[in-house]
Design a protein around this ligand. Structure first.
Ligand SMILES: [Fe+2]
Length: 608
């Protein structure tokens, strides 16, 4: 059975192709349109998925959309009625658009699909529920035959948090917390209030948290939310405006936290760092309580996570360490893009209730390397067409020159194999650097990524060596778990260093791998496996052979405000527009000093 899953029209549109229960291709539309979080119909992603498998739309048994437009409309309508007349003006403004866009989503999908290929897909178009899609994306590709499944996000149709139980081919949602009570929206309210962009700035807020003190956490728990011991909660809506207005928070919120929201270009003060730490502490507590109650209700020892909140790797790390589960697995595309995968899996098992499910090891995501790739000849031809100067090296020389460049503090663009699905670069479209270099974090942020200097970088480490460097000894292939740097690798701080506060803490070298050690000595870890990620594993092994260090910086191959590069041309353009020293694309080795500087296109980078 061939199923095409689609998520679209909200943010992070994507497509995924499931062939007889095996995920064969998946991609986010933003990588093709070059518009970050693009929400358009994912025409390019669909064409890629079908083309990759040599299939056409006519071969597909069912197209499955990741949510039910009518349920969502129902929620929007009821919300506005419940909050009338306060919400009436924005209701009146938004209503004609919804009438057109949401109610006609089915026709729109049929029309868009027909534009791709002149076949009528109408009777083969199915709809899964939003949180069912998230839950299915977390459970079916997981390495577990049986698991508790938690989904947490802003909002889908009605649900914002669900607890499910998966066993074999069955996945049952048992409990839910419904809109407007939402952990995702609460986190987004703080994202908005601290001056970052909702739906994309949440990472920044999480990155800021270690610089602050969680002194507002009691205030949040006392006024904004009524948190029960089982992790369920109610928000006090008199502090928020997301039900009725175009802002997330209101005057009562401002008063509670001592002032108006920060402007995106305003100064980051201690207060903002403390707010970041506070909402993180509250999120950790909610997720931990939800996890404990999930274990109680299902009796399971395994936990699967999805939904945008599951990208909060700090909370995930806490659940792994302090929670009741032996193992946790997080869908790497935990946000709405991953809904495309879950929608396809849902249909696969619901349409064939008697089919067997084979649990794949290490999991069914293939390292998340589900996107487009380019043959060596094609990479060389396309780079030549860009007037790039390069050498084509055999594997062993390619790895040894790249490892030497890294050890020499050079920043390397690494473009290899199939592109990752989900927000993280995992060694296919990555920027790599030496984690031992103290200057690397700010150098990379300022000169390569063009972003704020406090933004942390994440380490990639050989799976077999992870316990030597970090307080972690499990797989974390998708960079979704935070754990501390091992004590033996840390540096003792001088009294003056220990006293520094806020963003000044950034100047202190805390371990042997300062470029990936956050100010609280934690790190967001990617473990690199020989089987799923052989070339990246070989590079790390070569770097270790030269330096004794099994850890390097791995960050996504893009600059601020832009999606991760997809093609050789985009990799070359990004290489030329930034202070990257080396680009390794397939077996092509490019040094910046060998390029014609006039090939760099002047770029202005939008804030993200
Ligand atoms: Fe969602």
């Amino acid at each position: 059975m061939l199923l095409l899953g689609i998520s679209a029209f909200y943010h992070d549109s994507a497509a995924a192709l499931l062939e007889d229960g095996v995920l064969v291709a998946a991609a986010q539309e933003e990588r093709f349109t070059r518009k970050k979080h693009d929400e358009v119909f994912p025409a390019n992603a669909i064409s890629y998925c079908l083309g990759h498998s040599g299939r056409a739309l006519g071969d597909v048994d069912h197209v499955v959309f990741y949510e039910k437009p009518f349920l969502k409309f129902d929620r929007l309508l009821e919300t506005y009625l419940a909050f009338a007349p306060r919400g009436f003006s924005s209701f009146r403004l938004a209503m004609p658009l919804w009438m057109r866009e949401k109610l006609r989503q089915r026709q729109r999908l049929v029309k868009e699909l027909r534009r791709l290929e002149p076949v009528d897909i109408g009777d083969r178009l199915l709809f899964a529920e939003h949180h069912q899609s998230h839950a299915a994306s977390a459970f079916y590709p997981s390495p577990f035959d049986e698991a508790a499944v938690l989904t947490m996000d802003g909002v889908g149709e009605w649900a914002t948090t669900t607890l499910g139980h998966g066993r074999g081919t069955r996945l049952e949602l048992i409990k839910e917390i419904a809109f407007p009570h939402s952990l995702g929206l609460l986190y987004s309210a703080f994202t908005y209030y601290t001056g970052f962009k909702v739906n994309s700035g949440e990472y920044k807020l999480m990155g800021l948290a270690p610089y602050g003190e969680p002194r507002y956490a009691p205030l949040i728990l006392e006024h904004l939310m009524d948190l029960k011991s089982d992790g369920s909660f109610h928000l006090d809506l008199s502090y928020f405006d997301y039900c009725t207005g175009l802002r997330m928070t209101n005057g009562a919120f401002d008063e509670l936290f001592g002032g108006p929201p920060r402007n995106f270009d305003g100064p980051l003060e201690k207060r903002h760092l403390d707010l970041a730490a506070s909402i993180q502490a509250v999120t950790d507590e909610v997720v931990l309580r939800l996890a404990r109650s999930a274990a109680r209700v299902t009796g399971s020892r395994n936990l699967c996570l999805a939904g945008g909140v599951a990208l909060n790797c700090v909370a995930n790390g806490k659940v792994l360490r302090d929670g009741p589960f032996d193992e946790i697995w997080v869908q790497p595309a935990a946000g709405d893009a991953g809904g495309a995968i879950g929608a396809a899996f849902t249909a696969y098992y619901e349409l064939q209730p008697d089919i067997e499910r084979t649990v794949e090891r290490p999991d069914g995501m293939r390292g998340s390397f589900l996107g487009p790739s380019h043959e060596q000849d094609e990479i060389a031809r396309r780079l030549r067409a860009c007037s790039a100067s390069f050498e084509v090296l055999p594997d062993h020389e390619l790895l040894s020159r790249t490892a030497a460049a890294l050890a020499d503090s050079q920043a390397v663009g690494w473009f290899q194999g199939r592109m990752e699905f989900g927000p993280r670069a995992l060694g296919a479209r990555s920027i790599l650097a030496d984690a031992r270099s103290a200057k690397m974090q700010s150098a990379l942020n300022l000169k390569v990524k063009f972003r704020e200097s406090f933004r942390p970088f994440a380490p990639a480490v050989l799976r077999e060596d992870v316990a030597e460097w970090f307080n972690l000894d499990t797989d974390s292939p998708y960079m979704l778990i935070v754990a501390d740097v091992a004590e033996a690798r840390r540096r003792e701080l001088s009294p003056a260093e220990a006293e520094l506060e806020g963003l000044d803490m950034l100047q202190v070298e805390r371990s042997e791998i300062p470029a990936v050690t956050h100010v609280d000595c934690s790190a967001r870890i990617q473990t690199v496996d020989r089987e799923t990620n052989p070339r990246f594993h070989a590079l790390l092994s070569e770097f270790k052979r030269r330096t004794g260090c099994a850890v390097i910086v791995n960050t996504s191959f893009n600059v601020r405000g832009e999606p991760i590069v997809c093609t050789p041309e985009e990799a070359f353009e990004c290489f030329m527009a930034t202070d990257l020293d080396v680009l390794v694309a397939g077996n092509c080795y490019l040094e910046k000093t060998a390029q014609d500087p006039s090939l760099a296109t002047a770029r202005s980078f939008e804030p993200d």
